[in-house]
Design a binder for this molecule. Structure first.
Ligand code: NAD
Length: 509
């Protein structure tokens, strides 16, 4: 696609959301060709301060709206998303460089979490607890928390916000979103659709219109300010472990809550009994899809020695067939890296791998003549002699480190011997191996799959990882509890005042 066409198309897509940008101070580029596709206005700390005050005011109104009615707003938002799936998905592709199929997939994920949240809006169940005191009833209820700060990464520019937003909204919270400064257009588009849903919701006060969902555009400095603000009881931050290491202590120091969704270094074990047809397809999608720029991308492959040569030969054949190019063209499987920085990091990692004695296939830059300002690479396979320091780091690019193993227990131990703990998988047809991997002595990750790659989670489960991945959980299951405050209430309906633990404490009065 020609640069001028991309610029014009972005303007036309934004118009579909009712967004007309005047020139701002933050240029937005497309990784497809490295060109400028728009410029947006950056917010400063004073803007964020005003937004936070508006989010607080909106919270006062929103927390009293009955949860099923809140769910109705999320249902209307999902309708907007359904109507705009193609255009929003395309904008994701242009701004983040994902292939069309994956851009659309992100919007589908938004729709899915909205549907989940609508159902949840009638199921924010508390519990009744057996009281030890006669004539007493004890119960737990869940109440809205307040404004939720949502910091998101470039690589999932819409879905990750929606995991937080849909759930937080039905829980009665308001939203302050600081998207990646690499993908502000997607955020503005989502918020424009949300504003339409509010219009159709009917009866929303001015406070709700202004403060229910807001987008703050800026870089790390704005994220830091959000993390430090006492008016924001929950900060849900998605991004690198480096970012989480800064955000976590800032939130903790003011006794706020944090959901941290940080870097992964995801592994797969392919055992002797694995169905290799399935394994090859799963490896390809997980290691090469999204140009290796998913938090759940497959980065470490442990293959049983007896099948390693066969699997590697098949993988090399599969890698050779992958079409790299314009993510907007049908048939493309691998789009660009987000930018030069990602390309440099990938080349440094490969040089380090070679220096460590690895045999490397692929990894070189391609299509540089067609797009000198963009960074397309051939996905790399690096046959590593061991899991050294390099392999223990997340390099956010399509590099798959391959290692051989003989003993499954050793492979699991090596698999777990990295600082991150996001996603993992095993390919096996042996029940014992599968059960071992998912048992307490198996994988130490938050996501542990059998005969499925580590990436591409469904929204129904809780998503997140252990160790340096941050320990947060988002999306389905009971993740909603993090977005609410828990209240324990004991009601005495007797004519006496028995104390718990049988304590006697009385005077004659
Ligand atoms: P990044 O850490 O550079 O930025 C992520 C977000 O944090 C951006 O909005 C950025 O402006 C903000 N930020 C950066 N430093 C900050 C600071 N000190 N204080 C406050 N905010 C700060 O990450 P990225 O390059 O956009 O995304 C790639 C990374 O995100 C990878 O490490 C990937 O694994 C991770 N990621 C994790 C998940 C997950 O669910 N675990 C999902 C997507 C991406």
């Amino acid at each position: 696609m020609a640069t001028e066409t991309l610029f014009r198309e972005t303007g036309a897509l934004l118009a579909e959301f009712g967004i007309a940008l005047s020139d701002g101070d933050l240029p937005v580029g497309s990784p497809i060709d490295g060109s400028r596709i728009a410029a947006v206005q950056r917010h400063d700390r004073a803007d964020l301060d005003r937004m936070t005050a508006a989010a607080e005011r909106a919270f006062i109104a929103w927390r009293s709206v009955p949860p099923p009615r809140r769910g109705e707003l999320v249902r209307l938002f999902a309708e907007e998303l359904r109507h705009h799936k193609q255009v929003l998905g395309r904008l994701v592709s242009i701004e983040a460089g994902k292939i069309l199929e994956e851009g659309q997939g992100e919007v589908q994920e938004m729709i899915d979490i909205c549907d989940f949240a609508v159902g949840l809006s009638r199921q924010l169940y508390g519990r009744v607890v057996a009281s030890e005191r006669p004539g007493h009833r004890m119960l737990e209820t869940w109440h809205p928390l307040g404004p939720v700060g949502i910091i998101t990464a470039f690589n999932f520019p819409v879905a990750v916000w929606s995991w937080n937003a849909a759930i937080a909204l039905v829980c009665g919270d308001t939203l302050l979103w600081k998207p990646s400064d690499k993908t502000p257009l997607c955020a503005l588009a989502c918020n424009a659709l949300f504003a339409r849903a509010i219009d159709r919701f009917g009866g929303a006060s001015e406070d709700l219109r202004r403060g229910l969902s807001q987008v703050a555009i800026g870089g790390p400095e704005l994220g830091r300010a959000l993390a430090a603000d006492r008016r924001v009881p929950l900060v849900s931050a998605t991004g690198s472990t480096r970012m989480g290491g800064t955000v976590a202590p800032v939130v903790a120091q003011r006794f706020g809550r944090a959901i941290l969704e940080l870097g992964g270094n995801n592994g797969m074990i392919v055992t002797q009994s694995a169905d290799l047809d399935l394994a090859v397809r799963a490896i390809l999608f997980a290691a090469v899809g999204t140009a290796g720029q998913r938090c759940t991308s497959l980065r470490r492959l442990f293959v049983h020695d007896s099948i390693a040569d066969t699997l590697l030969a098949r993988l090399q054949r599969a890698y050779a067939q992958v079409r790299i190019g314009d993510p907007l063209e049908p048939g493309t499987l691998v789009g660009p890296l987000i930018g030069e920085h990602a390309f440099t990091a990938m080349q440094q990692a490969l040089a380090e791998a070679r220096a460590e004695g690895a045999e490397v296939f692929g990894g070189e830059r391609v299509l540089a003549e067609r797009w000198p300002q963009a960074y397309y690479v051939r996905p790399a396979l690096a046959l590593m002699p061991a899991q050294n320091g390099l392999v223990q780091r997340e390099t956010f690019a399509p590099i798959l480190y391959v290692m051989r193993y003989r003993d499954l227990a050793d492979a699991i131990a090596t698999h777990n011997a990295v600082p991150q703990g996001l996603a993992s998988s095993i390919f096996t047809t042996d029940l014992r191996e599968a059960e071992l991997f998912t048992a307490a002595e198996g994988s130490d990750c938050g996501i542990v799959n059998v005969n499925i790659g580590p990436s591409g989670a469904e929204i129904g489960g809780a998503f997140g990882g252990e160790k340096e991945t941050g320990g947060g959980r988002e999306a389905g299951s009971d993740s909603w509890k993090a977005y609410m405050r828990r209240m324990t209430t004991t009601i005495n309906y007797s004519r006496d005042l028995p104390l718990s633990q049988g304590i006697r404490f009385a005077v004659d009065a």
